[in-house]
Design a protein around this ligand. Structure first.
Ligand SMILES: Nc1nc2c(ncn2[C@@H]2O[C@H](COP(=O)(O)OP(=O)(O)O)[C@@H](O)[C@H]2O)c(=O)[nH]1
Ligand SMILES: [Mg+2]
Length: 159
């Protein structure tokens, strides 16, 4: 069995847990329950491969505390809610993640979530500002499951 590791990072309430549920094919209630500590979900990627996704709760400043858990990730998915303020905060998080993983073979991507909210920054702009590939998403829409699954698969394959 081949297991890869995916870390989902981002500020509170941007949609990390919703993204994990979407990938797992679980029901999305729309209710906001702040993640205590972290959640983990195993996503089947193929006959003999699984991606374990870690969804970390807490403020960005707290990530220093999670460092040991984030190390060894094959892919880091940084989620933003696509508001200008959050995208700028996310830039710092990406820079931190890049430093953390500079000796590792780790892909860092961004998800420009909450594209359904008026004024959301486009994924292209988010990608330009953050300097990593960014994918547009409405994590609360279960129709986006396949799309996100394909993106995760692609990121793991690129390794
Ligand atoms: N409008 C909208 N709301 C979303 C979207 N994704 C997540 N949410 C909502 O945002 C809130 C926070 O989501 P959650 O996944 O718990 O955020 P987390 O703190 O990053 O884990 C919840 O009420 C979600 O239903 C989205 O794409 N669009
Ligand atoms: Mg959460």
């Amino acid at each position: 069995m081949n297991t890869s590791k995916c870390a989902i990072l981002g500020a509170p309430a941007v949609g990390k847990t919703t993204l994990l549920k979407l990938l797992e094919g679980k029901d999305i209630t729309g209710q906001y329950i702040p993640t205590q500590g972290f959640d983990r979900g195993a996503i089947k990627m193929g006959k003999n491969s699984t991606a374990v996704c870690w969804d970390f709760g807490g403020q960005a400043a707290f990530y220093e505390f999670w460092k040991q858990y984030i190390l060894g990730s094959d892919v880091i998915v940084v989620v933003t809610d696509s508001t200008p303020v959050n995208v700028l905060q996310t830039k710092q998080l990406i820079e931190w993640a890049k430093r953390l993983t500079e000796d590792d073979d780790c892909n860092i991507i961004a998800v420009a979530n909450k594209q359904d909210i008026p004024g959301a920054m486009s994924a292209e702009r988010v990608a330009n500002l953050l300097g990593v590939p960014a994918y547009p998403l409405v994590a609360t829409d279960p129709d986006n499951q396949e799309k996100m699954y394909a993106i995760l698969k692609q990121c793991l394959k690129r390794k």
